[in-house]
Design a protein around this ligand. Structure first.
Ligand SMILES: [Zn+2]
Length: 488
């Protein structure tokens, strides 16, 4: 066959895509350079898998800034990667106390509960995260996992402390709402209700445009506010309506609340949060015990580490080391026919199985990669058009191309490689570029790499056009389950 017609260079050289993974997460904008440096250093340790070193530095920062949400969350991620699920949950829990809508902490809670096999609780957190960020692929993957698992494995749920029977994305803590109800029905006096309002003001849940000078005034509340508070406590009016009503009253001086004395509120909320944290920790202990007693089956939300373990156990099955070493000269050339002045080039492809336990289906996205090249019209050196056709075969001997998914370390930042024109096509299933641990790629990323490598497989070299699939680097690598990708 006239291979030169089609600019096919059948050499044994490898081609690859390079990945550049950057993590930028600026925090402490108003704080000291030292802390910023520490935070950066901790994240660097995390990204290369030095988790103990990272945790040590996060702790150093938290000693100075115990309420720094980003540090709490990153420590939670590090502990989760260390399989210290309880400790990880506690860090995410603390982060949510300060920032109830923190997307990473919500997802981290879901993963933590999932790792305990407390799937319904996990589902709750994933659904909350999904509500905030419905387009994030990691959250969607986890939400789907929880839904499937809840249906698949019945288990004895561990009783939650009453304090956690709340919607986690709710911004008004339950105790404030309860206080409003008790105040409305006369169970408690004004001052306790005011503590609740002060908490909301201090935490910017009630926004006050201009603060009234209040030192000399007696704190008073018009009685009709009581009715409204009662309705709110009974969910007859939404949070927004009640809160903006209170804000209006305060701003216009109808309701005078001393918001200068924040030490009292801090103490109140500190007492509350200490008690809650203690309850939460006991709750996790009970879960741990129940999981052991019930011999509960655990299906981990993030399958990445399981997949790589199974992969390494069966290394030879997924890797074609020997053929790669020999090169592609022993592979048969693809056949072609000239019909109506069009070259039809037929590639026989042997497709290796996917590693066991992989929940993502790459074999079916391979169809998309085939279609991509089958739909494109290439031209031969003699100007005639070339159409590519892929036919799968069970026989390796007949095949012009062998396709396999690997998780071996192909090389730093290398996502895949292929022989030019024929031979072996290898595509990475995951990598260490997200959080230092092995993480599976998203199906779209694997498909993109596959399409690129398949391009080499049919003889195409790299393109200088950044928009071309044959451009040597990929702009964005998406991971399927990496917690840090929820911020994408
Ligand atoms: Zn390439």
């Amino acid at each position: 066959m006239k291979v030169n017609n089609y600019k096919m260079i059948l050499v044994g050289s490898f081609s690859c895509i390079l990945l550049f993974s950057l993590m930028s997460n600026p925090v402490f904008a108003s704080e000291t350079i030292d802390i910023q440096e520490l935070y950066k250093k901790a994240n660097e340790h995390l990204l290369i898998g030095e988790l103990h070193e990272a945790v040590e530095i996060y702790d150093e920062i938290l000693e100075i800034y115990p309420e720094n949400v980003n540090t709490l969350v990153m420590k939670g991620v590090a502990l989760s990667n260390l399989d210290r699920h309880k400790q990880s949950l506690i860090e995410f829990y603390k982060a949510l106390e300060f920032d109830p809508k923190n997307i990473l902490a919500l997802t981290g809670m879901g993963v933590g509960f999932g790792n305990f096999g407390e799937y319904k609780e996990a589902q709750l957190y994933f659904e909350n995260a999904y509500e905030i960020k419905p387009n994030n692929h990691v959250i969607t993957n986890y939400k789907d996992f929880a839904q499937k698992t809840v249906e698949k494995y019945p288990y004895n749920e561990v009783d939650k402390p009453e304090i956690f029977e709340i919607d986690v994305v709710e911004t008004v803590p339950t105790w404030v709402k309860n206080t409003a109800g008790w105040w409305a029905d006369g169970t408690i006096g004004d001052s306790e209700f005011i503590t609740g309002l002060q908490f909301l003001i201090k935490n910017n849940i009630i926004e006050i445009d201009s603060v009234q000078a209040t030192e000399d005034k007696v704190q008073t509340i018009p009685t009709w506010v009581k009715n409204t508070a009662g309705w709110w406590a009974e969910n007859k009016i939404p949070d927004k309506e009640f809160l903006s009503g209170i804000s209006f009253l305060i701003t216009n001086g109808f309701l005078v609340i001393d918001i200068l004395d924040i030490s009292q509120i801090s103490e109140e909320s500190k007492k509350n949060s200490d008690r809650n944290l203690w309850e939460f920790s006991r709750y996790l202990d009970r879960i741990e015990k129940t999981v052991i007693n019930d011999k509960r089956y655990i299906e981990y939300p993030n399958p990445s580490s399981d997949v790589i373990k199974k992969f390494l156990r069966d290394y030879v099955k997924w890797n074609f080391d020997q053929q790669i070493e020999i090169g592609n000269k022993d592979f048969p050339n693809p056949e072609y026919v000239l019909v109506d002045d069009i070259y039809h080039l037929e590639y026989k492809i042997y497709i290796n199985d996917q590693p066991i336990g992989l929940p993502l289906d790459h074999v079916s996205t391979l169809i998309n990669s085939f279609k991509y090249w089958e739909d494109i019209e290439l031209s031969a050196n003699d100007g005639k058009p070339v159409k590519i056709h892929f036919v799968t075969t069970k026989s390796r001997i007949d095949a012009n191309l062998w396709v396999t998914w690997v998780v071996r370390d192909i090389g730093e930042n290398v996502l895949g490689h292929a022989n030019l024109g024929k031979g072996v096509i290898e595509v990475a299933l995951g990598g260490y570029g997200c959080d230092g641990n092995f993480q599976l790629f998203h199906v779209d990323t694997v498909e993109t790499i596959m399409t690129h490598e398949l391009g080499h497989g049919i003889g195409l070299k790299h393109s200088k056009d950044p928009d071309s699939i044959m451009y040597p680097t990929i702009k964005k690598v998406k991971y399927a389950y990496c917690l840090l990708d929820v911020n994408q």
